[in-house]
Design a binder for this molecule. Sequence first.
Ligand SMILES: [Zn+2]
Length: 120
Amino acid sequence: MNSDPSSVTTLLRGLRRKCPNCGVGDLFAGYLKPRDSCAHCRESFASLNADDGPAWLTVGAVTIVAVSLLFALESSGRYSYAVEMVIVLPTTIALALLLLPLAKGFFISALWLLSRKPNS
Ligand SMILES: [Zn+2]
């Protein structure tokens, strides 16, 4: 596989938590720990460090959803604060846990893409 994948393909592979180069091997060894290299194509991920980027992306996305949900519930006027809390808090936690590994895969793929295609 010598042909380089497109940028969109690379980012989608990252969202699927797959190797940005081949799309077959797993990008992560666990929930959030990236592998050092792809088990399928041997592409190295050791130099790709996403730092806090995925966490910031997750916080931004979850905040938009949680605040929108809270506004919708509050403006309906049907629920007490306790019921709103029972709906919004688990939704917020579940969404954050779901989005964080996806955001990290996306960031690592974006970093891989930037390291492969220098601006010119
Ligand atoms: Zn691979």
